[in-house]
Design a protein around this ligand. Structure first.
Ligand SMILES: *[C@@H]1O[C@H](CO)[C@@H](O)[C@H](O)[C@H]1NC(C)=O
Ligand SMILES: *[C@@H]1O[C@H](CO)[C@@H](O)[C@H](O)[C@H]1NC(C)=O
Ligand SMILES: *[C@@H]1O[C@H](CO)[C@@H](O)[C@H](O)[C@H]1NC(C)=O
Ligand SMILES: *[C@@H]1O[C@H](CO)[C@@H](O)[C@H](O)[C@H]1NC(C)=O
Ligand SMILES: *[C@@H]1O[C@H](CO)[C@@H](O)[C@H](O)[C@H]1NC(C)=O
Ligand SMILES: *[C@@H]1O[C@H](CO)[C@@H](O)[C@H](O)[C@H]1NC(C)=O
Ligand SMILES: *[C@@H]1O[C@H](CO)[C@@H](O)[C@H](O)[C@H]1NC(C)=O
Length: 825
């Protein structure tokens, strides 16, 4: 249980006040427990409060123009804590940040990661680590990404590790101001493990039990790989997935059984049953994997059901060993879109699995709904992990499989003689290289704690008993009271909070509330900054700035992902344009551009003002575009009315978006109540998770719905100079529609996945057109108002099909009339 204190002291030697910055990074698995600033002897201490209460204070600060928010996600593993204060001339400040973390044993060791980026040479730089492990260390090493060979000997390594380079040793070159200290300082160690029962420590009425018995053989696994090959997995991701699968197949143990399920909108299997991991079978599977390519949309539900059924079937036929464990490993980069209610999917999968298998979910990239996967994994005794897009994605995938593919024990139950208030004490697996930790609060002053552990091993049942003495830790470590005074108690609180939080979004409403309340109470009592609490820091007043309130939060993985998306750090490359329909001026005019043929088709739709047409409807994602017609009778020509689109109603159900665009304004509304109104005269960008709205000054609104569609709405103005008249109207332009499903329809939607046509006389002004098995007349059409391509800036010719596009569109124009702007039937 690591207790880390980061501290910086700065003295303002200048003769005027200066802003002093404190920026440090801490592991995302750590919880902040304290922060203080000492300014000229006066100490300002952060206060941990319930998040809602802190938020009220924060909102007040925000509305008074003060910024807040001290914690941001930083890369895959870290969080950045940043604060600054204004310090008067000749004054000093000491910043102190404290955080705690239960180190997780992985691949046979613990790791303490410290990121150091002082950005300048500092007077006194020091990293000091003391490791107290009564069992003794089996090894310890310290490595730093920034250390060259000449600085390496400076690191002293025993259970006491220290690194304190002088100012000269920190310089990046003898005369430079720059520092070489910039990167990660990592301590790795493990303890000696001799006792099968593990290590039990009791202090002040709280105990902790670390269980990882030595030298156990591995239990065979039955693993079904469920691999997403939907369209979004295209390119690099698919290649990395293949690469990782090939490596993972090589890592399978010959006693294991495995299956491969590949899914898009359709679920396909390599074989209909689990296969023994013999050399020959693996070679066959690898040939199959090499040919997996991307296609279609994402039926996560169907694929998981197939995996569960396959495992059940193999058990029924007894083709897999009795002593073995069932794992399902799902890899996806997208959100489910067959059964699209994620709650329904989670419920059905949980029912199907019935606690008999572990489900591990890997979310590839930033577009996946990580919370969905995370909850589903935890509901099924597994866990979820994010796979970050990057050159090392295959290594991340393989690494994760390495962690969960070597169970040593199954159904591990740990029992204690005392009626202790305990953290989780039953575990489905103990994986090789990891450890089980149970902490508890003892009821009264016990001297001896009896402990029993039962589990299933690879060939026999495992059981071990023993007892732990209440040792006098003051005697063992007399000088370390600051941590050992209550470390078991804090560890117990930390572990309890973590486990309650994990349960706070699964189970019944009552259980959820119970778990959340318990986690909150402990977070407050022990001053942990968790997703339920915030630390409020009040920054002192200076001449030019009033008091300000700052808030340090704990980010959840889903929030980290959201922040990354908003920063757009990982963006999909722009896909090629497929079709670019453009209804513009006059009798709503539709144009279907066919870039691969360098040609286009167009038609008009005539109807009276007030009529609403459906332009796009994608039943799978719930993306709908409806447009309302407005009319204009130009002064001096009362006999003729021109019609245009004056209003669009655009919805995307799975993203919870509703967008209403008129010639006056643009109203964005999200399911969770977010609501923004923009005027065409604004030039602005609004970023919401998964969506971006960019309004530029030539009255064009570009909307990017991640993994769904990209389009533009433009406000045009038609001017009749001689008649001193004008009319505003709207055009809708699809920029990228390839994510929409094959069943997309609507006046425009039906052309998104291509249309093929033949012309009998393509070089003439009029021709017979063959399209959709029909024969129509088409005219070469070139009219600036109609065919000016706002995107390329060119005037394009099109083949015009008369009579409301009859023959070109499915059905007749009246089939596309809808009752209101946000309804389709
Ligand atoms: C403050 O420092 C500036 C330069 O750093 C110097 O020009 C000025 O005279 C100093 N003022 C005082 C009052 O020391
Ligand atoms: C936080 O730090 C301050 C200043 O060092 C100290 O006085 C206080 O006791 C600490 N609070 C907790 C909860 O540890
Ligand atoms: C799924 O794919 C298989 C083989 O590729 C095919 O036989 C089957 O009809 C497909 N099912 C659907 C619903 O597309
Ligand atoms: C896999 O390999 C074993 C041994 O090579 C063989 O007996 C078996 O038929 C193969 N296929 C399956 C489905 O297990
Ligand atoms: C890709 O999806 C299409 C459309 O559903 C289907 O017809 C085709 O068979 C799929 N291709 C492969 C290789 O499964
Ligand atoms: C889980 O396993 C138990 C014991 O084998 C069995 O009784 C139960 O039906 C299984 N649950 C499901 C949903 O298959
Ligand atoms: C809620 O918590 C209390 C006290 O911890 C417990 O007695 C009760 O059974 C819990 N209720 C549920 C539904 O979990």
């Amino acid at each position: 249980f690591a207790h880390t204190v980061m501290t910086t002291k700065a003295l303002n030697k200048a003769n005027s006040s200066q802003e002093i910055f404190f920026e440090v990074e801490l592991p995302k698995t750590a919880l902040i427990t304290n922060f203080s600033m000492e300014i000229d002897g006066q100490v300002y201490v952060g206060d941990v409060k319930e998040k809602e209460k802190a938020k009220t204070q924060y909102d007040k600060a925000v509305s008074s123009g003060q910024t807040a928010g001290l914690v941001k996600a930083s890369g895959r593993k870290m969080e950045k804590f940043a604060v600054s204060v204004n310090i008067a001339a000749s004054s000093y400040v000491v910043f102190t940040l404290t955080y705690e973390e239960l180190l997780q044993r992985k691949s046979g060791h613990y790791e303490i990661l410290t990121r150091v980026k002082p950005k300048q040479v500092v007077q006194e730089f020091k990293i000091l680590a003391n490791i107290f492990e009564p069992q003794g260390l089996s090894f310890v090493e310290a490595i730093a990404t920034f250390l060259s060979n000449d600085l390496l000997p400076l690191v002293e390594k025993t259970a006491h590790i220290s690194f304190s380079p002088t100012v000269e040793q920190q310089r990046s070159c003898p005369e430079c101001d720059g520092s070489i200290i910039d990167g990660d300082f990592v301590i790795k160690y493990d303890v000696k493990r001799e006792k099968a029962l593990g290590e039990i420590q009791i202090v002040n009425g709280y105990f902790v039990h670390f269980f990882a018995p030595p030298a156990l053989p591995r239990v065979p696994v039955n693993v079904v790989f469920v691999i997403d090959r939907s369209g979004s997995m295209g390119g690099l991701k698919m290649r990395q997935t293949r690469e990782a699968l090939l490596a993972i197949l090589d890592d399978l143990h010959q006693d294991d059984h495995f299956a491969l399920i590949i899914f898009d909108h359709n679920v396909s299997k390599w074989k209909n049953y689990l296969t023994k991991a013999s050399q020959k079978n693996i070679t066959d599977a690898k040939n199959f994997v090499r040919n997996i390519d991307h296609n279609g949309s994402t039926d996560i539900h169907g694929a998981l059901q197939a995996a569960v059924a396959m495992l059940k079937d193999s058990h029924a036929r007894k083709t897999i060993p009795e002593r073995s464990t069932d794992l399902i490993l799902l890899l996806t980069d997208d959100n489910p879109n067959s059964v699209s209610d994620i709650g329904v999917i989670q419920k059905r999968i949980q029912e199907a699995i019935g606690g008999n298998m572990s489900l591990f979910c890997l979310g590839f990239g930033n577009d996946v709904d990580y919370s969905f996967l995370d909850v589903m994994a935890r509901q099924n005794k597994g866990l979820a992990r994010r796979i970050f897009e990057g050159s090392d994605a295959a290594v991340q995938l393989q690494g994760f499989y390495g962690e969960v593919s070597k169970p040593l024990l199954l159904d591990v139950g740990l029992k204690y003689s005392d009626n202790a208030v305990m953290t989780q004490n039953h575990f489905r697996h103990l994986f090789d290289g990891s450890e089980i930790v149970v902490a508890g609060k003892l009821s009264d002053s016990v001297d001896n704690l009896f402990v029993e552990v039962f589990a299933q091993g690879s060939s026999n049942d495992f059981s071990v008993q023993g007892q732990a003495q209440v040792e006098d830790w003051d005697v063992i470590y007399p000088d370390e009271e600051y941590i050992f005074g209550i470390f078991t108690e804090r560890l117990w609180a930390y572990l309890t909070i973590q486990q309650q939080l994990e349960k706070s979004d699964i189970g019944t409403a009552l259980e959820k509330e119970n778990n959340t309340q318990k986690a909150l109470d402990l977070s407050l009592k022990y001053s942990f900054v968790t997703p339920l609490t915030s630390m409020v820091v009040t920054k002192p007043q200076t001449e030019d700035q009033p008091d300000s309130t700052l808030v340090a939060d704990k980010l959840t993985e889903a929030q980290r992902q959201k922040a990354e998306r908003a920063q757009g750090r990982i963006g999909a490359p722009a896909p090629p344009l497929r079709s670019r329909p453009a209804p513009t001026d006059g009798d709503p005019h539709f144009m279907i551009e066919l870039p691969d043929r360098d040609d286009s088709l167009c038609f008009n739709i005539n109807d009276k003002p007030g009529t609403i047409f459906n332009l796009v409807r994608d039943p799978r994602s719930g993306f709908v575009v409806n447009g309302e017609i407005i009319g204009k009778t130009v002064a001096g020509d009362e006999a003729h009315m021109k019609t245009y689109f004056g209003r669009f109603g655009i919805t995307h159900d799975s993203l919870g978006l509703r967008l209403e665009v008129s010639t006056q304004d643009i109203i964005l509304t999200q399911d969770d109540g977010e609501h923004v109104r923009l005027l065409w005269s604004n030039t602005t960008t609004v970023q919401w998770p998964d969506m971006e709205f960019k309004l530029t000054k030539n009255c064009s609104l570009t909307v990017r719905l991640r993994h769904a569609v990209k389009f533009m709405v433009i406000k045009h103005t038609k001017v009749w100079k001689r008649r001193h008249d004008r009319q505003d109207y709207l055009g809708f332009y699809t920029l990228d529609s390839h994510h929409l499903s094959p069943s997309v329809h609507g006046l425009l939607g039906q052309f998104y996945h291509g249309v093929s046509f033949e012309l009998s006389r393509p070089d003439q002004a009029a021709s017979v057109m063959y399209v959709k098995g029909r024969q129509l007349n088409a005219m070469r059409h070139l009219q600036k108002d109609f065919s000016f391509d706002v995107i390329s800036g060119r005037t394009i010719c099109c083949w015009f099909v008369d009579n409301n596009g009859t023959g070109l569109i499915d059905g007749t124009a009246s089939d596309y009339i809808v009752p209101s702007l946000f309804k389709i039937d």
